[in-house]
Write a protein that binds this ligand. Sequence first.
Ligand SMILES: Nc1ncnc2c1ncn2[C@@H]1O[C@H](COP(=O)(O)OP(=O)(O)OP(=O)(O)O)[C@@H](O)[C@H]1O
Ligand SMILES: [Mg+2]
Length: 380
Amino acid sequence: MITVRTLVVDDEAGMRKSIARVLSKTVLTIPDVDQQINFEVDLAADGSEALAKLKSNQPDLLLLDYKLPDITGLEILDQLTAEESEMVTIMITAYASLETAVAAVKNGAFDFLAKPFNPEELRSTVSKAVQNLIVARQLKKLARERHQVRFQFISVLGHELKSPINAVEGYLNLMKSKTMGDDIESYDSMIDRCLVRTRGMIKLILDLLDLTRLESGSKTQDLCTSDIRDIAIRSIETMQPMADERGIQCVLHADKTIDLYCDSGEIEIIFNNLISNAVKYNKDNGSVDVYLDKVDNLITIKVKDTGIGMNAEEQATLFQEFTRIKNAQTRNITGSGLGLTILKKITALYSGTIKISSQPDQGSTFIVTLIDNIDNEENH
Ligand SMILES: Nc1ncnc2c1ncn2[C@@H]1O[C@H](COP(=O)(O)OP(=O)(O)OP(=O)(O)O)[C@@H](O)[C@H]1O
Ligand SMILES: [Mg+2]
């Protein structure tokens, strides 16, 4: 239940009481808001009492008479608009003219009610005002959250780039002071470390670019029907050298064409992320099995590995930017922690889902479903 704190300002006692009676018995439901709304009503009989109450404890909703004994409702509004406020105001007037309506709206009123009005008119005007209040609050909350997410993202990104840059700087300083003598070959391992760290930073930046392109929606999709088995084969070939180095077998299981109306670059990113993880987080001499299937327009991509696996707690942290599970087994594995975030964004473009089942030390299975939207192709 959301309680809307309401202040009714009118010099006629009968009017104040009848508004209070109607509102205190009213329970509203508003589209897209799953909670019911009720009212807590306070009253003020003149301008100075109203101003005192507005200053000490601002309500959510103000029902304000246009004509008060000491100052006009418009003057009260004028004093309030200077302050930043979420309150919504409904002006009550016995002199409903276009002029007063314009003046009231100009001074920040949301709507106005012409006297005399019946309970139904009151409820309907109040309902619109409350809807406006709740939408404004939701927008504000969203803006705050967005700001926080952006801030968090930048701070994590800074942190992710800081350690490789520090490492490269450290090695360069050692080389500059010729710690290992004049023979350039003595520095080979330092140079190799620098290259590994630089490559890591380049990958992070390329992943970030993919992610921002996906998020901004600025990248136009290059759509056509592709047999995604070919994309899976290409992706396995790309990972083959990394798998061979550790004796890992990658096998594709797909006995029919799997057509998908898609941007093949996006599907390749899905395979690359799933298969690179299945190889990276595998054990030496392990295996990676890629299964593809299509039933009606539902495509299933299943990537099963025999790797280090994850416990339930670790699985719950996935799909957030820069999430990397830190333990003894992952310590020496490099990555930007953006792969699964990108995978999730692309999967959403195909109305898909991602399911994981994983056991520590046994392996993980990632199941991605995608919808083949053939209707789109026909409209294209
Ligand atoms: N198949 C898997 N088996 C075990 N752990 C996995 C597997 N796939 C992902 N993870 C865990 O999830 C984390 C996040 O994966 P993600 O692909 O997003 O990032 P990454 O592999 O660390 O970096 P990159 O951006 O280079 O892909 C990994 O760091 C790893 O700890
Ligand atoms: Mg990855």
